[in-house]
Write a protein that binds this ligand. Sequence first.
Ligand SMILES: Cc1cc2nc3c(=O)[nH]c(=O)nc-3n(C[C@H](O)[C@H](O)[C@H](O)COP(=O)(O)OP(=O)(O)OC[C@H]3O[C@@H](n4cnc5c(N)ncnc54)[C@H](O)[C@@H]3O)c2cc1C
Length: 362
Amino acid sequence: MFATNYQDILDRVANFDASEYARSRNFLDGTVSRLSPYISRGVISTKYVLEQLDTRYDRSSIEKFIQELAWRDYWQVCWNELGDAISSDLRYPQTPVSSLKPPLSLIEGNTGINDVDHAIVELYNTGYMHNHMRMYVASLATNFGQRHWLQSARWMYYHLLDGDWASNALSWQWVAGSNSHKKYWFNQENLNKYGLSEQHKTFIDQPYNNFPLNDVPSALVDDISLRLHIELPETTDIIIDSSKPTVVYTTYNLDSRWLTDLDANRVLLLEPSHFDRYPVSPHVLKFILDLTHEIEGIQVAVMEFKQLKELCCPNFDVHYKQHPLSKHFEGIEHSRDWMTSVHTYSKSFSGWWKKARRELGL
Ligand SMILES: Cc1cc2nc3c(=O)[nH]c(=O)nc-3n(C[C@H](O)[C@H](O)[C@H](O)COP(=O)(O)OP(=O)(O)OC[C@H]3O[C@@H](n4cnc5c(N)ncnc54)[C@H](O)[C@@H]3O)c2cc1C
């Protein structure tokens, strides 16, 4: 379902029908691009997608899609500016919170809400979940289930091929009301409209004015202690020719067309300290490793940056791309590709989008 061959990824961009997007994107079987695993992992950029769309569409006819791409850039601007603060309640304390642990039924795909349960199984099988379903799931955990958003967000991130902590944590917080002034609620009528099945008599089959519910629905009462296990590959001996520069790739930068003219050592750096904090499933790790097959001569290094630095000495000449999680890297930092030059933080997307939109000529 998610190819890792570079040409197939470019074909996906070239074949995407953006004209249908605004009308159908909220439907669970609507026309969405499924490009996020590649954008998130830095294989392609939002800028590249926009440039390709420019060859086929007038920007104003696909503004909704461009705005969604802009959400990605905006969350990255937030992460750059706020750093670790995005991992705690950002603007308001989430309330009420009855437990930090996720609801067991959600993790087991057994909530009794058919579309949700199917989507969770699909997440485990494919590493993808539709945006609207992510909102439903986050609302079930945080608002109906009264769970703090963090642990449930970590669970979802673990399974997503497109796992991006900024888009993830800040979207969870948006749903839970800690990064927005109201919580996101949905009901069965809404799910039946946008979903794939027609269901009634579930605990969400109620009018909106019944929300918030007085009690946590029985289906969401039990919780689970998460164990997000990760097994990093064995590192074979890394051979660094210290007479050459070293180009460092990470799980967020797998751009196989970057610095290809440079005669260099190429290393995918998997830092154990990073994965302790942001574990990913075996399926996600395999996806990342498969994407590196497009990078000629790349070696996989399971070590911290400072160990890699020692291997690169005495002629330390290291290149990496800017990312909030690479602040401890040293060497030559290259900027990432963005759609606009609006990299200053705004508290709200609308404030930021106003400036970005102008620059995009919309
Ligand atoms: C609770 C929750 C958790 C999320 N976690 C992640 C995550 O870990 N990683 C991730 O990449 N996205 C996350 N998102 C955002 C969004 O759901 C996905 O980017 C989108 O569903 C990806 O599918 P697509 O490529 O088919 O999107 P499309 O609808 O085709 O959108 C095109 C592109 O725009 C960007 N985009 C679209 N919507 C958003 C958004 N809301 N926020 C940021 N970028 C967006 C993505 O790069 C996407 O590829 C989350 C959203 C929610 C509500």
